[in-house]
Design a protein around this ligand. Structure first.
Ligand code: ZN
Length: 482
């Protein structure tokens, strides 16, 4: 048994001192115990550190990390999401399988350095650039999974179904890599991928015990279903893949109402708004996460709430792309849980997404602490808003993608990060205002250790293979853009 002993431990939504996290050799939490009750555990002291549960990034497109910094200028009279997308496609059409591995590692590196221990990867690059499937139709998905394994992160590979450019829209050659024409092809490839990740060979060389390998493989890598959007997938196709998810108890993620143009196209094709369509066609459930869900009417939200579906907000991307503001107050008022994603990776810092969820509403409403009165979490009043936002980055993300982590309690994996209490961005905070200081003000540099299944992947603020990952990525960027 190993006991991690920090100065402060985030427990039951407040910080406490004198508490240790005890985990077994396999990295499962045995108990959270007062330090004086420790016996012969191997003790790891963490002076001037706080321990918090590892964060869960519920929406990511790792390959988009290659266009960071390349789209921050006007390319037409009115730059928008749609002109940004052209640039993103120009990268998407050029990446080779080994490039996908390198860019994935880079994005996962940044996630690890910012305290993220599990990710939902919304993966839609399937084929060679000309649209022909590789010999292994899951080659690129496997490169992403391999990268996550090598960086030490848990991953839900949310395999994307993508059929068309849009309703009555000409095919766009830049989307050929994404397309699987019908649900039969999609589900066949999905099943093959699911079988391969259940196989312990994914963890080859790292585990010897077969039973453990089986359990760990499904805990470390698992598969979800992701019809890309109402625009990109015809309704019958979406219904078939969601029915498969229902039958196999898989998570379902879908882009919903990110842009007003999607809403008008949906009304034109189906005579209903996206949310109305999803509700009336029975696609929503407590396993469903609607990514963005920005352009929705207040009237639609209660019907959405009744299904138990969640919303994934991606505020750092949404502000970058000029998407709009997630009506988080309305969702929370109606009991819809919100998780967070770093999406386009213009920035990878889930606490920034957490604070922006609130800040965007402040700018819109000219008020402060907008979401505070929506907080139902039991914690100190001065911490309630920060706890609510931190829940979005942890337990809600875990529920959305089906990660076993998100909180630190017996039986769960020891996935956590430590934060330096003397970092200038949080120095001087009292125990009671530490969480608001972390959520609203901490810098990523304050993150010191990141541990997944009891194993450190980041130590003293450095990932164990950071240098090599950065070097390979720098070479890739040179090759791609010069
Ligand atoms: Zn997305």
């Amino acid at each position: 048994m190993i006991a991690w002993i920090p100065d402060l431990f985030y427990l039951n939504r407040r910080f406490e001192g004198g508490v240790a996290l005890v985990c077994d050799e396999a990295g499962t939490i045995a108990r959270v115990a007062p330090v004086e009750e420790l016996r012969d555990e191997k003790k790891i002291n963490l002076p001037r550190r706080a321990i918090l549960p590892g964060m869960v990034n519920a929406h990511s497109h790792v390959f988009q990390r290659v266009i960071r910094g390349k789209t921050e200028h006007r390319t037409s009279q009115r730059d928008s999401f749609w002109s940004w997308r052209e640039m993103m496609y120009s990268a998407a059409t050029r990446l080779k399988p080994e490039d996908i591995y390198d860019v994935s590692r880079m994005a996962f590196l940044e996630m690890a350095l910012s305290g993220i221990t599990a990710v939902g990867e919304f993966h839609y690059l399937h084929h060679a650039p000309d649209g022909k499937p590789y010999d292994d139709p899951n080659l690129l998905a496997k490169e992403v999974i391999r990268a996550a394994g090598d960086m030490g992160l848990r991953i839900a590979l949310l395999r994307v179904a993508y059929a068309r450019s849009g309703f009555e829209t000409e095919a766009n050659p830049k989307q050929f890599r994404f397309i699987e024409a019908d649900s039969e092809i999609y589900l066949r490839n999905l099943e093959t991928l699911a079988k391969s990740v259940r196989s312990p060979t994914v963890r080859e060389g790292k585990l010897t015990n077969q039973a453990l390998a089986d359990a760990r493989a499904s805990d470390t890598v698992w598969i979800g279903i992701a019809p890309h959007s109402i625009r990109a997938v015809p309704l019958p196709y979406s219904k078939e893949v969601v029915a498969y998810a229902d039958e196999h108890d898989l998570k379902v993620h879908m882009h919903v109402a990110e842009q007003p143009a999607e809403v008008s196209a949906c009304i034109e094709e189906h005579g209903r708004t996206p949310v109305a369509l999803l509700v009336t066609e029975g696609l929503l459930s407590e396993r469903f996460t609607a990514v963005h869900a920005i352009h929705v009417t207040p009237k639609a939200i209660p019907s959405f709430a009744r299904t138990g579906a969640m919303v994934c907000a991606c505020p750092t991307t949404e502000r970058n792309l000029g998407d709009g503001v997630v009506p988080a107050e309305e969702y929370l008022k109606n009991g819809v849980a919100i998780c967070l994603g770093t999406d386009s990776h213009t920035q990878i810092d889930l606490l920034e997404d957490a604070r922006e969820l609130e800040y965007h509403l402040r700018l819109q409403k000219l008020e402060r602490a907008v979401l505070d009165h929506q907080s139902q979490v039991s914690s100190l009043k001065s911490q309630a808003l920060a706890s609510l936002l931190f829940d979005c980055a942890t337990v809600n993300g875990a529920r959305s993608i089906g990660a076993p982590s998100g909180s630190l309690e017996a039986g769960k994996p020891a996935d956590f990060f430590t934060l330096d209490l003397d970092d200038p961005s949080v120095a001087g905070a009292s125990t009671d205002d530490l969480l608001p200081a972390i959520v609203f003000s901490s810098s990523r540099a304050a993150m010191r250790e990141v541990v997944v299944s009891g194993k450190p992947i980041v130590s003293e603020g450095q990932h164990l293979i950071q240098e090599e990952v950065v070097e390979r990525f720098t070479e890739l960027q040179k090759r791609l853009w010069s």
